[in-house]
Write a protein that binds this ligand. Structure first.
Ligand code: PEP
Ligand code: MN
Length: 347
């Protein structure tokens, strides 16, 4: 159930609502928008009609909306406006400006990260991506540099005014990764790792939640519900392709989820065309298509020398490929009423 407060309801009115919820031994989640506050009530098992009438009578309450969907806190109805995930460097997912995150699949060396950060910041990216803890299919494949990699990312991002998004694989590393990152990434393989979702939610910092390899939209939104319920409300959903039968692409990039999610949830939605296709030449056209479909941004793999990459070389853009992509995005962004931010570094 969602309680929508009148515009500019007072703090005392909001507190009266949460106090009544607590007295019924139910949990509340308060979302303060620019004008309106919305209070989510979770845990109701019976007699919804009586509860609905009780809340509707309180001062400052505009309406009470029962939500029959399995996901509640992240549903479109739960908020009067969209969530905008704002980062310290000015990037804002879900605002009018597109947010592009770019960088290597794996952090390999200080030089590799610095070279990439300079190039992507000059081209207009706002986030530096890179894995320091890598989820590899083979235990014999490169597993990431760990904390050393996190240091390289932070150093390069600070120098270029980029924010850092990087994956956390294990509940035991959440605190460590949170010390270096601006956004914690939950990878596709961990989308339903419920312990990790709760732990990351408890960090109360922005989270990038990738779609699981074969997750339905409902399962994905329920995963977001775990993170939201645990305390991190700034969640960005990232479509990265789902398993299919055709080996010509690594995954099947499901762009229909973009407009669909924008109708189902208030959370921002971005697209990862690199893992979504696995093929370098497909990254540019699918990036353009993602933005045309309404995505709030992109997550793109970029490497100074893809042929020598420790992981995902075949899908990584070169540095010039990435500047070309940014230039080609501008007219598409314009056509759908979006803009690209000014580069973090002067060209
Ligand atoms: C990544 O972005 O580094 C990654 C491992 O992607 P995914 O979890 O989508 O496979
Ligand atoms: Mn990768």
């Amino acid at each position: 159930m969602i309680i929508v407060m009148r515009p500019f309801a007072s703090d005392a009115e909001i507190e009266a609502v949460t106090a009544l919820i607590a007295s019924m031994r139910l949990a509340s989640h308060v979302s303060r928008g620019s004008e309106r506050t919305i209070v989510g009530v979770v845990g109701i098992s019976e007699d919804k009609e009586t509860l609905l009438a009780q809340f509707a009578q309180l001062e400052g309450v505009e309406s009470v909306v029962p939500i029959s969907r399995s996901y509640k806190l992240v549903s479109r109805e739960a908020r009067g406006d969209r969530t905008i995930v704002r980062l310290a460097n000015g990037a804002a997912f879900g605002g009018g400006e597109l947010v592009i995150a770019a960088g290597p699949c794996s952090v390999e060396s200080r030089d590799q990260v610095n070279l990439t950060a300079d190039a992507v910041a000059r081209a207009g990216a706002k986030l530096l991506r890179g894995g320091a803890f890598k989820p590899r299919t083979s235990p014999y494949a490169f597993q990431g540099l760990g904390e050393e990699g996190l240091k390289y990312l932070r150093e390069a991002a600070d120098r270029t005014n980029l924010a850092v998004v990087t994956e956390v694989l294990d509940t035991r590393d959440v605190e460590l990764v949170a010390r270096y990152a601006d956004v914690l990434q939950i990878g596709a393989r961990n989308m339903q790792n419920f312990g990790l979702l709760r732990e990351v939610g408890g960090a109360r910092m922005p989270v990038l939640l990738k779609r699981g390899l074969s997750a339905t939209i409902e399962e994905w939104l329920m995963a977001a519900e775990y993170v939201y319920g645990a305390g991190s409300h700034d969640i960005v959903l990232c479509e990265r392709g789902i398993r299919s039968y055709d080996p010509q692409t690594r995954n099947l990039l499901d762009l229909a989820v973009v407009p669909l999610l924008l109708s189902l949830t208030h959370l921002p939605v971005i697209v990862d065309p690199s893992h979504g296709t696995g093929v370098r030449t497909l990254v540019l056209p699918m990036s353009l298509a993602a933005i045309a479909a309404g995505a709030d941004g992109l997550l793109v793999e970029v490497h100074p020398n893809p042929a020598a990459a420790f992981s995902d070389g075949p899908q990584s853009l070169t540095l010039p490929n990435f500047s070309d992509l940014m230039a080609r995005l501008a007219p598409i962004a314009d056509a759908v009423g979006r803009s690209l931010p000014a580069p973090a570094l002067a060209v």
